[in-house]
Design a binder for this molecule. Structure first.
Ligand SMILES: Cc1cc2nc3c(=O)[nH]c(=O)nc-3n(C[C@H](O)[C@H](O)[C@H](O)COP(=O)(O)O)c2cc1C
Length: 226
């Protein structure tokens, strides 16, 4: 079992996984650990679909890719990214993207290749388990607290996974097609998809898995008032 600081600092998003399943036992251990995430008034606003059935993952991914290929718009419950990117976030986003494409030897101007790489999101990067996290629409109707709680839940899923030797990638790429995913899964009407987390065993030989984007210095984001 990894020390907590080691789990936090050694985690990074993986984008190629081995075709090796994550056992139900480990999935349950991860979900048990994540269930201890604190939430306002102990709301526990997360609702999880833990999917390992290949046909279902294929159906979700293929439906999204076909929708995009047909020129379909995003079809989402929540808007994750800012509508207008401004600095310093714009430059951080570009730097991170450029770094990944450079590592993979992909020309940033090669739109086709970039699109193909983006589609890997909907092929779950080759992993066999994806957790889809929903919340109740009522909780986010004019309030944002449940989003904070579900964000903490996301990190605890990834850290618990890390502790059990399971790698992960959080996905906002599914947030954008949340309504399509809800339709495929026939989830109850009150649920809104927030994000997904891909879980599996990283492919160590994949160059993209060695990418660890840098973080800004503490003094850029922290104000100490001593
Ligand atoms: C809410 C959220 C959504 C994300 N969505 C995606 C995604 O759809 N596809 C992807 O490849 N990475 C996604 N990421 C991963 C980020 O790009 C990554 O966390 C960031 O670049 C920092 O890198 P690291 O996770 O390796 O430390 C997402 C991360 C978060 C927290």
């Amino acid at each position: 079992m990894k020390d907590i600081i080691e789990a936090i600092t050694s985690r990074s998003s993986k984008r190629k996984f081995l075709p090796k399943p994550v056992s139900k036992e480990i999935q349950e251990k991860i979900l048990h650990a994540a269930s201890m995430t604190p939430s306002g008034a102990n709301m526990q606003p997360w609702v999880v679909y833990a999917i390992s059935k290949k046909e279902v993952l294929d159906k979700i991914g293929n439906t999204i890719i076909s929708h995009i290929e047909a020129g379909g718009e995003v079809d989402q419950f929540i808007q994750y990214y800012p509508l207008k990117w401004k600095n310093p976030y714009k430059i951080r986003r570009i730097t991170t993207g450029v770094g990944l494409y450079e590592k993979m030897g992909v020309d940033r101007k090669d739109k086709e290749k970039r699109q193909e790489l983006w589609y890997d999101n909907y092929r779950w990067f080759g992993a066999q388990t994806v957790f889809f996290i929903f919340t109740d629409k009522n909780l986010i109707d004019g309030a944002q607290g449940a989003l904070i709680d579900c964000g903490a839940y996301m990190q605890n899923i990834m850290l618990a996974a890390q502790a059990f030797g399971i790698d992960s990638c959080p996905q906002g790429s599914t947030t954008e097609y949340g309504r399509i995913i809800a339709k495929v899964l026939e989830t109850p009407d009150n649920l809104a998809l927030l994000y997904s987390v891909v879980l599996g065993y990283e492919d160590n030989s994949a160059i993209q898995n060695s990418y660890q984007p840098a973080r800004v210095a503490l003094d850029e984001v922290v104000t100490f008032i001593d």
